[in-house]
Design a protein around this ligand. Sequence first.
Ligand SMILES: Nc1ncnc2c1ncn2[C@@H]1O[C@H](COP(=O)(O)OP(=O)(O)OP(=O)(O)O)[C@@H](O)[C@H]1O
Length: 285
Amino acid sequence: MSLIENEISKRKQRTHGDDEILIGKGGYIAPDDYLWRDILSAVVLKKPVLLKGPTGAGKTKLAESVSAVFAQPMQSVNCSVDLDAEALLGFKTLVQKDGQSVIEFVEGPVVTAMKKGHILYIDEINMAKAETLPILHSALDYRRMMTNPFTGEVIQAHPDFSVISAINEGYIGTAPMNEALKNRFIAYPVPYLTGDQLAELWNREFPEASTELKSFMLHLAADLMKQVENGLLSEEAASIRSLLDATALSAHMDPMRAVNYAIAEKLEDESERELFRDLANTWIK
Ligand SMILES: Nc1ncnc2c1ncn2[C@@H]1O[C@H](COP(=O)(O)OP(=O)(O)OP(=O)(O)O)[C@@H](O)[C@H]1O
């Protein structure tokens, strides 16, 4: 058995009680033959994983699929400029016990994931304020431990504790990631699906849809990718999420209106919207 299969069977044997509700559903389709196993390799080697890719490329789905394959609960943190140490580690609160007010510490997602050996998914990690995340450095490198500044507790991570982060690189409003933080991760590009893999996703998500509709969406997706590569459309124009939304809407309305609402109206420039509509029109029969 390979290292990966060995680790999968080991982690799967654990039981997680009520936390089982936090196990992901899976369903990520990889763009090639190696990305999925390459990511699992980093996880079993206890290296933090950084998923780099545009919005709606399946990064969250991929993290959920890692959670599913190991049957391991996933704690999620969504970063924003307001994210502070308390949102990551937890906070103190007053509770009543035997008629007395006592201070208790409510553990946050990082502490829980470290202690229970869950997967910690940190979405949009580059959106957090530069001063917030260094608190994680010692948990992310070979030390795999942290001193909780709120309680003074020294936490040694459970052997299964794994970290997956995601970043929308180049997305407006995102700062580059702090170098010392980035240095602790193994980074994987997560592109939009194309070709056969995209068709596989459509066939799975829309088994009832007509071949004509699926063919329209898949041709449109290919054209959008081409124009993104040519620099004529912004990357989110080819977002798989938006294309899936458009296909779902098409069950209830004309597909041209569906792609207009789900994709065109969200593009910033009128020139982009026009180009998009021209491309869509060429595939509408
Ligand atoms: N390769 C893929 N395999 C399976 N589903 C995918 C894939 N790519 C996109 N999707 C689907 O597209 C939608 C968006 O995916 P997801 O939320 O994982 O994207 P994301 O990269 O995390 O986006 P964001 O950066 O905006 O958070 C979901 O419905 C997801 O199932």
